[in-house]
Design a protein around this ligand. Structure first.
Ligand SMILES: [Zn+2]
Length: 151
């Protein structure tokens, strides 16, 4: 039996090697700390403030400057629903009827890019980034470009 003839439509379903994912994770870790991606710790912190502000305030009777900043950020920029975190829409975005964007965690970035790329039938990086940017918050154009070299 010749298994080499069995390649057909393998591309769409073939899992990415551990090495590819590891390389991408390494890229994220090496990225500048001011990138706007959100770590699990940060996500939990923002969600905690939004889900139970009174409890958070009770736990932080004398918040540090950084904690106050985080609280402002959570209340002004984000909202939570069904356990997920979303970037709040600006007035202009609401008027333009834009959809609310779900916050994507650092460790979900690579899989999300691949899912969208494949759902768009292997679209190029510009089309992939445009679709991602409409639905999700926390993935940069650079990350889509890097991933598109692999996928
Ligand atoms: Zn592809």
């Amino acid at each position: 039996m010749d298994f080499q003839n069995n390649e057909g439509d393998a591309e769409a379903s073939e899992p990415f090697s551990v090495q590819v994912c590891t390389n991408f994770d390494q890229y994220l870790q090496d990225a500048p700390p001011n990138r706007f991606g959100i770590s699990f710790y940060r996500w939990e912190e923002l969600r905690g403030i939004l889900r139970n502000r009174a409890a958070w305030e009770a736990e932080h009777p004398k918040p540090t400057a950084a904690e106050r900043k985080t609280k402002c950020l959570a209340l002004n920029e984000f909202e939570t629903e069904n356990g997920l975190l979303y970037k709040k829409l600006s007035v202009a975005q609401i008027q333009a009827q834009q959809a609310r964007r779900q916050v994507i965690l650092d460790h979900e970035v690579f899989d999300t890019i691949i899912d969208i790329h494949i759902s768009l039938l292997h679209a190029g990086k510009n089309k992939t980034f445009a679709a991602i940017n409409e639905q999700y918050y926390g993935i940069s154009r650079d990350e889509v470009c890097i991933a598109s070299i692999i996928i």
